[in-house]
Design a protein around this ligand. Structure first.
Ligand code: FAD
Ligand code: NAP
Ligand code: SF4
Length: 672
């Protein structure tokens, strides 16, 4: 059978070695690196992805010395006694004709400990620790340490290393005038600022010989003020090629940049313009990255000559078999990464192990086993939201006979509202995946059926996944017709006026606000608008590739209110909350805390803030004040001694999200 993605599956000949296809699994820190026996688990994690067909895997960042560690206990490769640990990874992966590179990452001033070092003693906005400026002697020692680590990586069976030269880490800190204020041979002109990067590559090449891959992750758009110019990038690329780099990977944006680069709302392949510009001047292969999650997008980039390879990271958490599925034209079976960061990056930033919202098995390969059942049961599942869908798919995959009911005419539960939010259309992909998987494993789907006890006779066991009901409030005047719930807006599409107050400021309230300020304005939804709004200069003719932001004209006046006195939006995702807050501020939405709701009249919401009474003029009030479990059916069945289980929102509404709903489904499916 011919693949639909011929360019993606062309081998790449590097002279001394060949990559079997054009797909790279990018570097991801999983948290397993630092766990006790974590490398055994990590070996399984990588093996599944290698078995899934990827051509080259890059490990999470490993420091070449102590001071370069991102956190005090982060991984480092500097000693021969460590080789066996790293060999565990390469031995597993190499069985599948998959190459593996170790990423060498020195955090510089981003390191989260008091021993951090940098070109100049300038504190970064994302670490509380001010770095010490390195002396000339210390810089030369660091270069040797990079080369030593690369040599050890070679001895451990890696096919190469990736030198992390972007995202605002150590090497990038030397490259950009923003962080390099040195007056010696390591600062000032681009020749001096790039000396560290070039000397590291030369030293590595000298240690490892010609037949070893050196990928350099080059920062194509720093997306910060006083970043590199394109002339700097041009000089650097040419000098690094001469120094012995094999492949350029694209680095986009420093971690401290105020431009989102990977979250769901970033348009697909939004930064390929920068890779394409490098490709035009590069004599070695270049890799495109960022917001590429499906094979058609990847194939288009390669077929149109914008890049030679594609690098994806999170899509391999979501689906270890992404590559084999793409090659066999089973794209409908791909469990697509939705760019939410909820279970991967947000976990890592909290010091927890990474996993995936749509695939809770990720990074738990040795601990969670679905298995197959000898004696299949006849299971009824009530509710086709994320919890019921995931459970049905897992249980049917195990061999159970599953009938899935929903009162609605389509599957998805609340995902059907989430998918309408601007920048969240990826939720459609999850629903496409579930639809495909239900069919694949023969789940009987019964829609348009509001299930009562009498529908459930004859099943061995019942799983209730009936979700939630929006919380009802009893503010005086709440019953008036201009007071809507988020379901009135997102499900029933009731008209909403120009002046709006939203009660509640959680995830759903933020989404509703974005829906009301963005989705009604079609012009605001195109890619050019996104670049303007975030100040991204695709012409790359300014330092850092940024320009002044263009504030959108607000289409509505919105007040977002909460009773709590903490910062509005504080509880949103660790790595995504700032994007939502910045987006609403850009659309001039007022974020108001410390509110006491007094009463609602015809055209006004009466509130008090710090004991001062205030009135907000409104056409509509939208209640997004959290949710309560819809578990009446569950309790009724329990009382009648049915063998019944409850998962997702119907089990616990507090702090419910799709990650928890799907994880609960997986846990129950493993047990049954
Ligand atoms: P639900 O999704 O509520 O599904 C319950 C299903 O049960 C429904 O389809 C309902 O029709 C059906 N049902 C109920 N009673 C019966 C019955 N008696 N008979 C038959 N069928 C019945 N979460 C995140 O993690 N990340 C996000 O970015 C995110 N964004 C969101 C954006 C919006 C606008 C909304 C509304 C929610 C968002 N969520 C998000 C929350 C997430 O969608 C929910 O946590 C998740 O859907 C809960 O899943 P569930 O399966 O428990 O319940
Ligand atoms: P939520 O995040 O718990 O927010 C509920 C909001 O309602 C809070 O701001 C709360 O603020 C307010 N509230 C609670 N009780 C109230 C009351 N009695 N009267 C007035 N206000 C009240 O819940 P949600 O927004 O409904 O979201 C549901 C789940 O979906 C959450 O777990 C959320 O994480 C998830 N979700 C996630 C995303 C995402 O992007 N990751 C997006 C949407 C939804 P005060 O108590 O301070 O008033
Ligand atoms: Fe992608 Fe979200 Fe899974 Fe992370 S948690 S891999 S962003 S789907």
């Amino acid at each position: 059978m011919q693949t639909n993605y011929p360019t993606l599956f062309q081998p790449l000949d590097l002279g001394f070695t060949q990559l079997k296809n054009r797909i790279i699994m990018g570097s991801m820190h999983t948290g397993l690196e630092e766990e006790k026996n974590g490398f055994d688990k990590l070996a399984h994690f990588y093996e599944e992805r290698a078995k899934g067909g990827v051509g080259l895997i890059i490990t999470g960042g490993i420091s070449p010395n102590f001071k370069g560690r991102l956190t005090p206990n982060a991984s480092q490769l500097s000693f021969r006694w460590q080789l066996n640990k790293y060999k565990k990874l390469t031995e597993r992966v190499s069985q599948y004709n998959c190459k593996m590179c170790l990423q060498l990452l020195h955090a510089g001033r981003y390191a989260y400990h008091p021993f951090n070092v940098a070109p100049s003693a300038i504190k970064s906005p994302i670490s509380p620790f001010k770095p010490k400026a390195l002396s000339d002697k210390q810089i030369r020692k660091t270069i040797k340490q990079f080369a030593h680590s690369a040599k050890l990586a070679q001895k451990s069976g890696f096919s190469g290393v990736e030198v992390m030269g972007s995202e605002g880490y150590f090497i990038n800190q030397f490259l950009a005038p923003r962080t390099n204020k040195r007056k010696d041979n390591w600062g000032g002109t681009i020749e001096n600022r790039s000396r560290l990067a070039i000397e590291i590559v030369k030293a590595i090449r000298q240690q490892v010989g010609d037949e070893f891959i050196i990928i350099f992750r080059i920062s194509l758009a720093d997306l910060v003020e006083d970043g590199m110019t394109w002339d700097d990038v041009n000089y650097l690329a040419s000098a690094l090629t001469q120094a012995g780099v094999t492949i350029f990977n694209s680095g986009i944006g420093w971690h401290e940049a105020r431009v989102p680069t990977i979250v769901t709302s970033v348009p697909k392949a939004a930064f390929v313009y920068a890779t394409e510009k490098l490709k035009k001047i590069s004599t070695i292969p270049v890799v495109a990255t960022n917001r590429i999650n499906m094979p058609d997008v990847a194939e288009n980039i390669l077929a149109s000559g914008q890049a030679d390879l594609i690098c994806m990271a999170r899509p391999f958490l979501a689906d270890p078999e992404w590559v084999n599925k793409a090659e066999n034209n089973e794209e409908a079976a791909i469990n697509t990464c939705i760019g939410c960061n909820q279970a991967c990056l947000d976990n890592v930033f909290k010091g927890l192990r990474a996993s995936c919202l749509v695939n809770p098995f990720a990074c738990h390969e040795t601990e969670y086993h679905l298995g197959r059942v000898d004696k299949p049961k006849n299971l009824a599942v009530v509710g086709a939201g994320p919890a019921g869908l995931a459970f049905s798919c897992y249980a049917a995959q195990k061999g159970h006979h599953v009938t899935l009911f929903d009162a609605n005419s389509e599957i998805g539960g609340q995902f059907n509202y989430a998918k309408q939010i601007p920048g969240k259309d990826e939720f459609n992909q999850t629903l496409r995946y579930f639809n495909h998987t239900l069919k694949k494993y023969g789940v009987t789907l019964v829609l348009n059926t509001y299930v009562k006890e009498e529908n459930l006779s004859g099943f061995d066991e019942i799983v209730i996944a009936t979700g939630i009901k929006p919380r009802k409030l009893n503010i005086p005047g709440i019953e008036q017709p201009h007071v809507l719930s988020y379901l009135d807006v997102l499900r029933d599409h009731k008209p909403v006026g120009q002046n709006v107050a939203i009660i509640g400021a959680g995830g759903i309230a933020f989404d509703v606000a974005e829906y009301l300020v963005i989705s009604t304005n079609a012009q605001q939804q195109n890619q050019a608008h996104w670049y303007n709004e975030w100040g991204v200069n695709t012409a790359l003719d300014t330092a850092g590739g940024i320009k002044n932001r263009i504030k959108p004209t607000p289409v509505r006046k919105i007040h977002l209110l909460q009773r709590s006195d903490f910062k509005v939006g504080k509880n949103l995702g660790k790595t995504t909350g700032w994007v939502h807050r910045a987006s609403l501020k850009n659309h001039q939405v007022s974020l108001i805390k410390n509110v006491v709701y007094m009463k609602i009249t015809d055209k006004q919401l009466h509130i008090s803030i710090d004991t001062k009474d205030q009135v907000i003029d409104v056409d509509n009030i939208i209640v997004c004040a959290g949710q309560e479990s819809d578990n009446e059916l569950y309790r009724a069945l329990l009382n009648k001694n049915y063998k019944v289980h409850c998962i997702g929102g119907s089990a616990e509404a507090l702090e419910l999200d799709a990650q928890k709903a799907i994880k609960a489904a997986a846990r129950l499916a493993i047990q049954l």
